[in-house]
Every structure is written in C-alpha cells, then in structure tokens.
Design a protein around this ligand. Sequence first.
Ligand SMILES: C[S@@+](CC[C@H](N)C(=O)[O-])C[C@H]1O[C@@H](n2cnc3c(N)ncnc32)[C@H](O)[C@@H]1O
Length: 421
Amino acid sequence: MLANIIDYGMDGMGIAKIDGKTYFVSNALIGETVELEILSDKGRYAFARAVKVVEPSKDRMTPPCPYFSECGGCSIMHMNYAHQLEYKRLLVEKTLKKILNIDLKVQDVVPSDPVQNYRNKISLSVRDGALGFFRSSSKDLIEIDACLLAKDRINDLINEIKNYYLDKDDLKKIKNIVIREISDQILIGVVTVCDMDLRELYACLHSKFDRLGVYLIINTRKDSVVISGKIKHVAGLKQISIENYDIKYKVDLVGFHQVNENVQNKIYDEILSYVDDQASVINAFSGAGLLSSIISKKAKRVYGIEIVPASHKSAQELKQINKIENMTNILGDFDAEFRRVADECSLLVLDPPKKGCGEHVMRQISHIKDIIYISCNPISLAKDLQFLKNDYIIEKIIPFDMFPNTTNVETLVKLKLKEEI
Ligand SMILES: C[S@@+](CC[C@H](N)C(=O)[O-])C[C@H]1O[C@@H](n2cnc3c(N)ncnc32)[C@H](O)[C@@H]1O
C-alpha cells in the first residue's frame, strides 16, 4: 500500500492518512511517498514501516550507523541534521501550543557539535555472551562493535572488552556494562547477579587505557534498572575529576551528569546570560550542585534545593573544595524550602526530573521576577507552564539538541513576571 507522509508524530514517526485511518510509519519523512508494511493494526490507527521509499525527501540521508534498522536507539538518523533540528523545534512548538493553548514562537534549536560520538556514557546489555543494545520494545539483543553516538574512546574500550572475552566464557555471567568517559578518564561498571573476579579484566584494560577504574555491581533485580544493589570498587580510578567554568568537581559512575558536554555548556552559557552580580538565585532541583556552583561565580548568592541526601552531600563537598561562600545548599523538598528563601530572590532556575515539577510545586511559585525552566520533556514542561501562563510572559523558548539522532530534546524557557514588564 502506498502512503503520503503528511506530518510527524512522537518518536519521529511519519503520519499518513488513508480512508480516514491514521498510520504511524517508521523510517518515513514528511513529503515522502512510501510503500507500507503494516506491523500492527489497532482499528482506527495502525503502526507500519516504510519498506520502500517511492519519492524520497531531499532531507533524507542514508543513516551512517549499520545497526539503524534494528537497534532502537537512534530513530531519526535517516533525517539530515538540519531536518532533525527543525523536527525537534516543531515538536516542542506543537506540544506547547496544544497543551497551553496560546500562540508562541519556539526559537531555532541550538545544535550539538559534534553530532556523532558525543555521548560520554553508555549502558550496554549482554546476553549469551553477546554485547549490544535491545531492539526497540523487545528483548532481542542486537550485537554491536561500536555505537556511533558514543565517544571514540568508549568505542575503543568496547573493542578491547570484546577481545578480552573472546576466548573466555565469563561474558555470559554479565548482564550489563556501563562506561563513562570524560576528559580521558574512564569508569567501567560491570553488572552481574553474583560476585565475579574482575582484576584481570582491569589489568588488561589498564595496560591500554591509562586513567581507568573498574566497578563490580551485583544487581539481582529482574526489571530494567541497570545500576542497583551492591557496588564494589575493583581497581583503579574511583571518580572522574573535571574542571569546568573554574569549578573543580568529581563525577562518579552512578551520579547524574549530562551526557553531551558541548550542549550542556551551551545551556549553562544561556542561563548565565540572565544572571548578574546583584542577583540572588534559587536553583531548585539542584542535584549534586554543579549548576548552582557555576551560577555562584556570577551571582550575589545562590540557594540550591535538593531532596536526595547523597546529592546534597556532593553539593556540600563541591562548595568546600571550591571555597564557595555565596552558595547555600538546602537539603529538602522544594515545597517545604522554597518559601523560606523566595522573598529575597529575583531569579528561579528550575531543573526538574523528566516527570516535571508537578502541580504542587508550580502552585507555590509567584512573585519571583524571572524564571528559567530547563526541561528534557516537552509534555511535562507544557503541563507545568500552564500554572504560570496567567502571571508570567514566556519571553523565550530555546530547544537544545542534547541528544542528536534521537527524538529527545532539552528545552530552556525564560519567563518574566507580568507586572515587571
Ligand atoms: C534533572 S536533575 C537536576 C540536575 C542538576 N541540575 C545538575 O546539573 O546536576 C533533578 C533533581 O531534582 C531532584 N528532586 C526531585 N524531586 C525534588 C523535590 N521535590 N525537591 C527537591 N529536589 C527534588 C532529584 O533528586 C534530582 O537531583
């Protein structure tokens, strides 16, 4: 069956309408005519894939990854980069307009440089001695030699790990391998269900990679959570030491850290452009305190609010190591802590998890002059902004391409209190 692709849905799928029925078509670009193979028919709509592109779009490109058609990771690698960026801009604009029901303009997406080999962390699955990623929505493992999103040294390491296990049976005991590499420092987490001697693996890898550490993670969970259970340092480096924006900080294997440093810094630069030396700032959902400490270099004072004790402890260490005096790390729930400091602050930076802030948090916010909201989920962002749209003007909406070749997008929204305009 032939179909004309008229729009995009979630996950970068093309949308076609035939006789009143909607088809969500993978590997199909807007404007294309494609031949469909139906994958699952749900009655009023169906999922399909393009088996032949009859009239290709000028924005189509041959995906550079050999695993593209099987691996579930990069669903828009068949779009050229300019089209990927416009797809994401429209995705943010459409989602916000639909939920907020107001007219708004989303700026061009700030690109990533590089577009491939940008990820500083990946998590591989292992099944029956093969190492790779799962096929989308399935438990079939696609064995890989390298991932085009991962940094080159991570791919070199995957190669060495595969070589090491070539004549050994031990890889079958492993569930996952997590690798993080920043500034030539590497941490590896080997996830198993029982104890395992990894000292020889460490020695082999260390002979080729100078600054490297290995952890054993004994995780007996049956769900998809990778890092959980007992974490044991085997040998070598324990943490990665970084210096960025004049802040010295440490990243471990487990803690949150943005995967794309190039785009992370572009977001930080944008945030800093709203901070001046008279500003007292609240950084809500502040994690291990990196963003708060960067803001502290420019602001009069910054308050970080974080609910997880371990992250708060890291933020306190960051403050001490960098001798920051104008940063106060508050351990607690936003709901309970925000009001205590809100009156003396003019800028609120919100950086919540994927599910967003939620109604309870958003209803607390009023009077504060300027707000910057950073979000990795346009839907939860739009739902949260509903609570601000009467009192605040949305001044800027800037998407950032933190995750090229995938449909994920990071968005920064700048809001100003109406009576301040
Ligand atoms: C996206 S991360 C923020 C990362 C941080 N900005 C950074 O750069 O490291 C979201 C953080 O919000 C915290 N969090 C979640 N709910 C919270 C709440 N109700 N109050 C305060 N912090 C919360 C989480 O523990 C997590 O550290």
